[in-house]
Design a protein around this ligand. Structure first.
Ligand code: TYM
Length: 334
């Protein structure tokens, strides 16, 4: 039997190379693995957990769907859809809410970080990991490829699945988080001690967005923060976090081994050479994506057709599991 893979991304900002390296690029690899059946979702309901401008959210959602196609996700090979088009997610989250102790949610690191920055903390922000558990569990998923920051949420989904199975009998598959050995936590280019994050995208020099202009990509990388030394090697030393981050980006995008990467810079004259090489690799690996995205986004009718197709396929998988869960919980099926 094929192993089923599910992952998602929020349309809260245009995606950055951290999202690409830690998640989306790996989804494309998973799509090309004959042993896997892949489902990828634009999680627009998750984006509502912090205030959004409705018009901008709609535009970014379409942009992100177009980006799925531009990076090489193929609607004939993977199921690609919009979370809000399939009501199983919201309905399933409610059912899972009713087996999830609130204490589990208050302990989530991301909730603690994000809520500290909000004047008014919305209930949806606290409940966000339960919606994410519903995304995963109602599709009988084995593997969830995500970056390091989502590991705790996938572990929570595991705990919810186990708790449900204990109370109502074997129902949900307990999913595994799949975290890349390298590149699962790309750091900000302005500050290599902080994770590159969509919510810090407004800070100058912090992110490289996948659709950024090559000139902007080059400028951000050339100005990225490094240390006062000159040694170019992978390192866990916090002092060398900037160089380590640049090497990690280069490593992920070239697919070369770490040894080969260090060898490439054995004769470099300083960090300027490293930055130039990283900028070239980032620009080259995103160039086709930018070109394809421009074409795809211009055909809105085709995008809408593909989203509908994906949602139909997603419903066919998740609705039977939803009915099963409702029945087990004592609801009368309509
Ligand atoms: P989101 O939209 O914040 O991020 C999308 C993916 O990108 C990864 N990521 C990173 N990887 C490496 N370095 C970084 N600096 C970096 N920043 C982000 C994230 O780990 C993620 O894999 N709640 C999720 C979306 C979601 C989901 C799901 C994922 C909703 N339902 C079900 C998997 C399964 C989120 O907000 O990701």
């Amino acid at each position: 039997m094929k192993r089923r893979v599910f992952s998602g991304i929020q349309p809260s900002e245009m995606i950055h190379i951290g999202n690409y390296i830690g998640a989306v690029k790996r989804w494309v690899e998973s799509q090309n693995d004959a042993e896997k059946e892949n489902i990828f979702c634009v999680v627009d309901l998750h984006a509502l957990t912090v205030p959004q401008d409705p018009h901008a959210l709609r535009e970014r959602t379409l942009e992100l769907m177009a980006l799925f196609l531009a990076v090489g996700l193929d609607p004939d090979k993977s199921i690609l859809f919009l979370q809000s088009h399939v009501s199983v997610h919201a309905e399933g989250a409610w059912l899972l809410n009713c087996v999830t102790p609130e204490g589990w949610l208050k302990k989530m690191t991301q909730y603690k970080d994000k809520s500290a920055k909000q004047e008014t903390v919305l209930t949806g922000l606290l409940d966000y990991p339960v919606l994410m558990a519903a995304d995963i569990l109602f599709y009988d998923v084995h593997e969830v490829p995500v970056g390091e920051d989502q590991k705790q949420h996938v572990e929570l989904a595991r705990n919810i699945a186990e708790r449900f199975n204990y109370h109502y009998g074997e129902t949900f598959i307990v999913p595994e988080p799949m975290i890349a050995a390298s590149g699962a936590r790309i750091m900000g280019l302005d500050d290599p001690t902080a994770k590159m994050s969509k919510s810090s995208a407004h800070i100058k020099g912090h992110v490289i967005r996948l659709l950024d202009d090559p000139k902007d990509i080059e400028r951000t990388i050339m100005r990225s923060k490094t240390d006062s030394g000159s040694e170019i090697r992978f390192s866990k030393d916090p002092e060398k976090a900037g160089v380590n981050n640049l090497l990690t980006i280069y490593h992920a995008l070239t697919g070369k081994s770490k040894e080969a990467v260090e060898q490439d810079f054995a004769n470099a004259r300083g960090y300027g050479d490293l930055k130039k090489a990283v900028a070239e690799v980032v620009i080259a690996s995103t160039e086709q994506i930018r070109v394809r995205h421009r074409d795809i986004i211009s055909d809105r009718a085709e995008l809408e057709r593909l989203m509908k197709l994906g949602a139909d396929k997603a419903r066919a998988i998740s609705e039977p599991r939803l009915r099963d869960v409702k029945k087990k919980m004592g609801l009368i099926l309509g």
